[in-house]
Design a protein around this ligand. Structure first.
Ligand code: AGP
Length: 609
């Protein structure tokens, strides 16, 4: 939800900020803007629409400066238009601010500031920050920012500059992330590390109620009272190449193809075929503590929620611990019951999703033990949980989550096996057979990816449908949900995921020749039941595509098209069934000419509630 970036240094400021903005564009893309300081005057350019339009505007009429800030927007308050695009100014135009988040009390603040004579130009919540800093400005920008932010309620990561205290950028945050990049005589503030990697791998993550104040020579970290802080410098090992498309048409396609490696990377080093053991030393929760766990609650949003749902089947089957799975946005408002024997597992690729973070904080208030499954190292959720199990998926740029979904499932399979081992629920032989089954998954995924061309051809026949149904049962019910989510978010085709057995309780009424159904039907404990569901659809002239084992001869006479996958241990089939559905959604969206990596109305990291 919005990306902010700021830079002071010797490089071409506009280029650094624009390149950075492009890497943040996945966070929001309905308008964009930049402000640079040139001979102590602020130059601003803003446009409605994508960053490419801002770039075009700057090519036609360049601006230059010695430092500056920039923003890519996902509108919350105020429609997307040039005037509402960031950076926002104070009355004098000498002070600008970029903001990611929501100021909840902006209306009373705005009314008060207006009554005091401040002139507002926009419909945004952010503009109050500029006027508040203006109001409190005396001679030091950081002091004015400190006073201003004490008045704010809500969530924000901000970067502010003013020509009245020139050569300086002040950053502060409560909620959304703010990473400070430390270079050689150059400093950056950014919503995530992606724009920083080509300049520096030395990063400091601001915590809530912390500020960074930097000029060309130095950066200082202070709290909201002005006390100096000693901050840890993280050395990030992600390489800048990881955030390039590498010859693929879209990031999403590249990320789909990275999945076998991502699963290998997430499993590697954490399980042993010699000992039959899963090793979780790194997660920060001891086996003694985890052994006492009697219940697991998984909390997540979107695709991470679907991975959590798969994780529920893994944990219940292997570790025999009851698992509840909850939408973070709902859970936090419930009168939920937790105790010290419950492990709360918060799954989040970004580690910054506001709903998941808020739910985690409520869980911690009830003293439950917490474990994050995160992809972004040192993200807010990873920092606030007692334990962290990292997925090793590398940066995911496509807004639609794909490789991080597989990595999350891999991490959850490991967690399930680990809990099963420490609770004595499986013996060495069983453990070895699951480890072997998991180790074979990446190669099987590669075989599915080799069929991408035939899935593309298949997709051609379905580009003009308006509705789709996805059915799965047992461990593939979550994959039906995920397949439907992928299709709707990138192709804008309405799709519903359903458990096959629930069809007869309502959705079967929808079936006709205009509503194709994708069934996920590997040979598992519900195979026969799925065949019955397939017959029910066929009787009602519905068109059926099936994801089924390649050695399943029976399925061919029962459905219209089959997407074959290699056979595998039934429990781990979600790793395989998810892939064709991702590819199917991708090709349909791509053929329809949709903006696959940046679907309308969405943002990669949802840092507002
Ligand atoms: C899925 O394709 C979406 N990008 C979205 O549902 C996402 O999974 C959700 O917003 C949760 O994000 P997180 O994993 O970063 O918390």
């Amino acid at each position: 939800m919005c990306g902010i970036i700021g830079y002071i240094g010797k490089k071409n400021v506009v280029s650094v900020l624009m390149e950075g903005l492009k890497k943040l564009e996945y966070r929001g893309y309905d308008s964009a803007g930049i402000a640079v300081v040139n001979r102590n005057r602020v130059k601003i350019r803003r446009v409605k629409g994508k960053i490419s339009l801002l770039e075009k505007s700057l090519e036609e009429k360049p601006i230059e400066g010695s430092y500056g800030v920039a923003h890519t927007r996902w509108a919350t308050h105020g429609r997307p238009c040039e005037e509402n695009a960031h950076p926002h100014r104070d009355c004098t135009g000498t002070l600008v601010v970029v903001h990611n988040g929501i100021i909840e009390n902006y209306l009373p603040l705005k009314e008060k500031l207006k009554a005091e004579g401040h002139k507002f130009r926009t419909e945004t919540d952010t503009e109050v920050i500029a006027h508040l800093v203006e109001k409190y400005f005396n001679s030091s920008l950081e002091k004015a920012v400190q006073k201003a932010i004490r008045k704010l309620e809500g969530a924000y990561a901000i970067a502010v500059l003013s020509t009245k205290d020139s050569g300086k950028i002040v950053a502060a945050k409560v909620g959304p992330p703010a990473a400070i990049g430390l270079g050689e005589k150059e400093f950056f503030i950014s919503s995530d590390i992606n724009p920083l990697l080509s300049h520096t791998q030395k990063i400091v993550f601001l915590e809530d109620e912390e500020m960074a104040v930097f000029n060309e020579n130095e950066v200082k970290f202070i709290d909201y009272k002005g006390n100096s802080l000693e901050k840890r410098v993280d050395h990030i090992s992600w390489s800048p190449l990881m955030i390039e498309k590498g010859g693929f048409k879209h990031f999403m396609l590249k990320e789909i193809f990275e999945q076998p490696q991502v699963v290998r990377d997430t499993l590697n080093g954490r399980m042993s075929l010699d000992s039959g053991k899963v090793c979780m030393d790194e997660i920060g929760l001891s086996p003694q503590v985890l052994r006492k766990i009697k219940r697991v609650v998984i909390i997540a949003c979107g695709t991470s929620y679907h991975a959590g749902l798969v994780g529920k089947y893994f944990i219940e089957t292997l570790a025999q611990i009851p698992v509840d799975i909850e939408f973070a946005s709902e859970y936090r408002y419930r009168d939920f019951i937790l105790d010290k024997e419950t492990l709360a597992v918060v799954i989040s690729q970004s580690g910054e999703t506001a709903d998941s973070l808020a739910a985690l904080r409520s869980v911690k208030e009830k003293k439950a033990l917490s474990l994050a499954v995160c992809n972004v190292v040192n993200s807010s959720i990873a920092r606030e949980t007692e334990g962290v199990l990292y997925t090793h998926a590398g940066p995911e740029i496509g807004v639609a989550a794909t490789k991080t979904f597989s990595a999350q499932m891999a991490a959850l399979a490991l967690l399930a096996l680990y809990l099963a081992q420490i609770k004595g629920k499986i013996n060495k032989k069983e453990s070895l057979s699951y480890i072997q089954a998991l180790q074979r998954i990446p190669h099987k995924m590669e075989k599915i990816l080799n069929q991408a061309e035939s899935i593309e051809k298949l997709a051609l026949d379905f580009v003009s449908f308006s509705h789709f149904l996805y059915l799965g049962r047992w461990v593939n019910f979550p994959i039906a949900l995920e397949g439907a989510l992928k299709l709707k978010e990138i192709s804008y085709i309405h799709a519903e995921g359903y458990p096959g057995g629930e069809m007869k309780h309502g959705p079967i009424a929808l079936i006709d020749e205009k509503m194709p159904t994708m069934v996920i039907v590997p040979k598992d404990r519900v195979y026969e039941k799925m065949l019955s569901n397939i017959s029910e659809i066929k009787t009602r002239v519905g068109y059926i595509l099936a994801v089924a084992f390649e050695n399943d001869k029976e399925i061919h006479g029962r459905v219209d098209k089959v997407i074959p996958i290699p056979s595998a241990n039934p429990l781990f089939t979600p790793f395989l069934t998810a892939l064709p559905l991702q590819l199917f959604a991708y090709y349909i969206a791509s053929i329809r000419g949709a903006d696959v990596d940046q679907p309308r109305n969405l943002a990669k990291s949802v840092t507002v509630e």
